[in-house]
Design a binder for this molecule. Structure first.
Ligand code: UGA
Length: 436
């Protein structure tokens, strides 16, 4: 099948490359000519494990192309997937201007029946809005369908999530379009992926409700961890015991400095705004956002337990991206915590395997180091904020020799307290501080 993917950000690039991997002929379109030029050469601008290999292979085999020519890509495609940005417009609502602009341009380029599909996270009602824009602007009587097909990709695991998803959600009212989209996803039938066929509005809400629910689990366990510290319980055991109940499940029960990234914070706010606009107050989602903000401040309190006066102290930070296996620092807890450390007068040294370039642009005052040990050298405390695998097996003796004051704050509960303490460190983590 010939398809077009509009927008070569994170979602567009993974979607385009993976649909090409399924055997379709894909044109990925972006208005950023420099980005398209480098993609044509097989250079992928984001860090996502496995993505370069799939892009390069499908480019070479002729199933994947990159272009700035939107009209041409639409004209030759049966399915047009929209993966342009829907950022927070400042009041919690998603900014739909890029989607609306593309919808207008699709209307002018319609030269036969096409299925227009939203892949970006869009507010409930977006498919209806796209349909009206195309109807108002199309120059001929050509038929088209609009469908919502939200993505559930995790950064750092996006290729696997695309090729082996828990489910595919298709929101559409036209049987013909549903059949075409099922055909597009045919390889997933072979691995018995469940499909949810529903209305566009329900599909759009499934995406927001799923992200908000996962964010709820994170904020919930963060509050339980805070309570564990007051009551002398160990949150690792509490979460383990909870997660064994199949109705709860063990995933997304890891406490930490709060959720970040381009999705959870934005989508939780957008869901609250969407509900408010509909005349309903989502109390739980509101509390999830508040607890997440509080968790950033609480992370600083954890550091102050070992370094009470941060002024003129040197703090080593490990991990800057919002989670491991990505270079994405959007709404990263590490960035927020470093800002607070600097505001309190601390000098910050940092190391991250992938996101130091991105961090330099927003935090130029930080000293960026070549590895974990260089970051720890001469520091008054080492704070582990993002749980990259390479931080799980630090040479604690070497670190002990490099650091000025032997303090470790482990905001991801990566280490066992007794192991770290046996090297002479003082150790603070999340929800285990009075249990051991
Ligand atoms: C999330 C969803 O998991 C995807 O299904 C969804 O497609 C995506 O948003 C999106 O809307 O595009 P992602 O933002 O890549 O994916 O990251 P997650 O792995 O879900 O983690 C989100 C945040 O929660 C991270 O900051 C992570 O550190 C935090 N988290 C997660 C915890 O603090 N504890 C946990 O137990 C799990």
């Amino acid at each position: 099948m010939q398809i077009a993917v509009i927008g070569t950000g994170y979602v567009g690039l993974v979607t385009g490359a993976c649909f090409a991997e399924f055997g379709n002929t894909v044109t990925c379109v972006d208005k950023d000519a420099a980005k398209i030029d480098s993609l044509i050469k097989g250079r992928v601008p984001i860090y996502e494990p496995g993505l370069d290999a799939i892009v390069q292979k499908n480019l070479k085999e002729g199933r994947l192309a990159f272009s700035t020519n939107l009209a041409e890509a639409i004209e030759k495609s049966l399915v047009v997937l929209l993966a342009v940005g829907t950022p927070d417009r400042g009041d919690g609502f998603a900014d739909m201007s890029q989607i609306e602009e593309v919808a207008r341009r699709i209307a002018f380029a319609l030269n036969g029946y096409k299925v227009i599909v939203t892949k970006s996270t869009v507010p409930v009602g977006a498919a209806g809005r796209i349909k009206s824009i195309i109807d108002e602007n199309k120059t001929s009587g050509v038929r088209f369908s609009v469908a919502a097909n939200p993505e559930f990709l995790r950064e750092g695991a996006a290729i696997n999530d695309f090729l082996r998803p828990d489910r595919v959600v298709i929101g559409c009212r036209d049987e013909e379009a549903i059949a075409i989209l099922k055909d597009l996803y045919r390889p997933l039938y072979l691995i018995e992926t469940p499909f949810v066929i529903t209305t566009p509005e329900s599909a759009e809400l499934i995406k927001y409700a799923s992200n908000a629910f996962l964010a709820t689990k994170v904020s919930f366990v963060n509050e339980i961890a805070n309570l564990c510290d007051l009551l002398g319980a160990d949150v690792k055991d509490v979460a383990k015991g909870m997660g064994m109940d199949k109705r709860i499940g063990p995933k997304f029960l890891h406490p930490g400095p709060g959720f970040g990234g381009s999705c959870f914070p934005k989508d939780a706010r957008a869901l609250v705004a969407l509900a408010k606009d509909a005349g309903y107050e989502l109390k739980i989602a509101n509390a999830v956002i508040d607890v997440n903000e509080q968790q950033r401040e609480l992370s600083l309190d954890r550091i102050r337990e070992l370094v009470p006066d941060l002024n003129a102290k040197t703090i080593a930070v490990l991990g800057l991206s919002f989670k491991p296996e990505t270079d994405d620092i959007r709404e990263s807890p590490a960035i927020k915590i470093i800002e607070k450390l600097i505001a309190a007068g601390a000098r910050v040294k940092a190391y991250d395997p992938a996101s130091m370039e991105a961090a330099k642009a927003v935090l130029p005052e930080v000293q960026y180091c070549e590895d974990e040990y260089a970051a720890g050298r001469g520091a008054d405390a080492l704070v582990l904020i993002t749980e990259w695998n390479q931080f799980r097996g630090l040479d604690l003796q070497r670190l002990r020799n490099e650091i000025r004051s032997p303090n470790i704050v482990d905001l991801r509960n990566v280490y066992e307290p007794h192991t770290v303490r046996s090297f002479g460190f003082k150790y603070v983590s999340m929800g285990r501080n009075r249990a051991h």
